[in-house]
Design a protein around this ligand. Structure first.
Ligand SMILES: Nc1nc2c(ncn2[C@@H]2O[C@H](COP(=O)(O)OP(=O)(O)O)[C@@H](O)[C@H]2O)c(=O)[nH]1
Ligand SMILES: [Mg+2]
Length: 367
């Protein structure tokens, strides 16, 4: 799962990214922290997994992770080759979702590329670039798919019509996510990877002393950013990127004390990771055994048991026989597998069982 961090220069992307990188590097039992200089691999804390691990005596605990990519070079006119021009595109296309960092702090020491602080105008600048980039890509795709559709193959015709509708939408400033993919051409989206089809979280980078403006001492995004997100069915949150970057250099205790001083309840990084997870539309299932690792696995909602087993290992998917499944809460309440089995609560499910969020699964398979 890859999340791209985008935004104008000086919005606070790298400050946030650096904080995320340090958080990832500090997480225990984590085998691959630094993949590339602009990629931070960050564990997703999960209290349900913690409880399961404790109940069954599993060790170590391995959380699911999200890869954050710091994507630089997106400036006004990028689609015409300004900044890094179209280079940034390849980076964004590979991501599953976007965190759009928007400057909303008033620190005059930090230069704004356009000489004023206006979060909504900045959002529009970036989104215009993404729209143009998609438009260019879609026009190229149309040339190709129009030729392919000449033979009258149903899928190609449907894809061509979709690309035409997409182009019309983009020209009107509407993002690709508003143009439904036709049933007859299920691969249409994957063939194009439009940037404006990706789910987005607007992350307002606010002054750290804006604490308490949101619920429970959280930082709140400016109302116009919230309204923009709501209009698009997107999410919005707030963080102080500089504060997070500074806090990530302290040990946990000092960081918590400083947060308490500022009246900020939750770590901004926790907010970002949780929101990113929600953005990806994923659920988690767990595997855990006494003396073995306890682990969370992310799957799309609606995934069947055999498919889910494939996340653990392709051999386990191939040799899948059945799965023993129980909800995490029930397992914890019963005190472990033995009691669950005795009381007939450990269900045996077949390959087509649709996984639920928080299921604990043990797969029986033939190697
Ligand atoms: N006052 C203040 N300055 C910030 C904040 N976040 C970032 N900055 C500063 O803004 C400048 C640009 O930040 P950076 O993360 O490099 O932005 P990027 O270009 O989007 O990667 C740096 O000098 C940061 O220290 C913030 O929340 N408050
Ligand atoms: Mg940067």
């Amino acid at each position: 799962m890859k999340v791209g961090i985008v935004g104008l220069p000086n919005a606070g992307k790298s400050s946030l990214f650096n904080a995320l990188t340090r958080a990832g590097a500090e997480a225990a039992n984590y085998p691959f922290t630094t993949v590339e200089p602009n990629v931070a691999v960050v564990p997703v804390p999960d209290e349900r997994l913690d409880a399961v691990v404790e109940t069954v005596g599993a060790t170590p605990t391995v959380y699911e992770t999200i890869e954050f990519h710091d994507i630089a070079g997106l400036v006004r006119g990028a689609h015409k080759g300004e900044g890094l021009g179209n280079q940034f595109l390849a980076n964004i296309r590979e991501t599953d979702a976007l965190v759009h960092v928007v400057r909303a702090h008033g620190d005059e020491q930090v230069v704004h590329p356009e000489g004023r602080v206006d979060p909504l105008a900045d959002i529009e600048t970036i989104e215009t670039e993404l729209l143009y980039a998609d438009l260019e890509q879609a026009e190229r795709r149309l040339d190709k798919v129009a030729k392919e559709a000449k033979a009258g193959e149903r899928e190609k015709v449907a894809e061509k019509e979709w690309v035409q509708a997409l182009i019309a939408a983009l020209r009107e400033g509407r993002p690709a996510r508003t143009v439904p993919v036709p049933e007859d051409a299920p691969d249409a989206l994957r063939n194009l990877h439009p940037l404006t089809a990706k789910p987005v979280l607007y992350l307002a980078n606010v002054d750290e002393d804006a604490a308490g403006t949101g619920p429970d001492g959280a930082l709140a995004p400016p109302p116009e950013v919230v309204a923009h997100a709501e209009a698009l069915g997107a999410r919005a949150a707030a963080v102080s990127a500089r504060l997070e970057s500074e806090l990530s250099e302290l040990d946990d205790e000092d960081a918590a004390a400083m947060r308490a001083d500022l009246g900020i309840a939750e770590s901004g990084l926790t907010t970002v990771v949780r929101e990113a997870w929600a953005l990806l539309g994923l659920i988690a299932f767990f595997t855990a055994g006494e003396g073995k690792e306890g682990r969370a696995w992310a799957i799309p909602e609606g995934t069947a048991a055999r498919r889910a087993a494939g996340r653990i290992h392709t051999d386990i998917e191939k040799g899948f026989v059945a799965a023993e499944v129980i909800g995490w809460r029930e397992l914890v309440d019963l005190g472990g597998y033995a009691a669950a089995r005795d009381q007939g609560r450990l269900r045996v499910e077949g390959r087509d069982y649709v996984m639920r969020d928080g299921d604990v699964m043990t797969v029986r398979f033939t190697p």
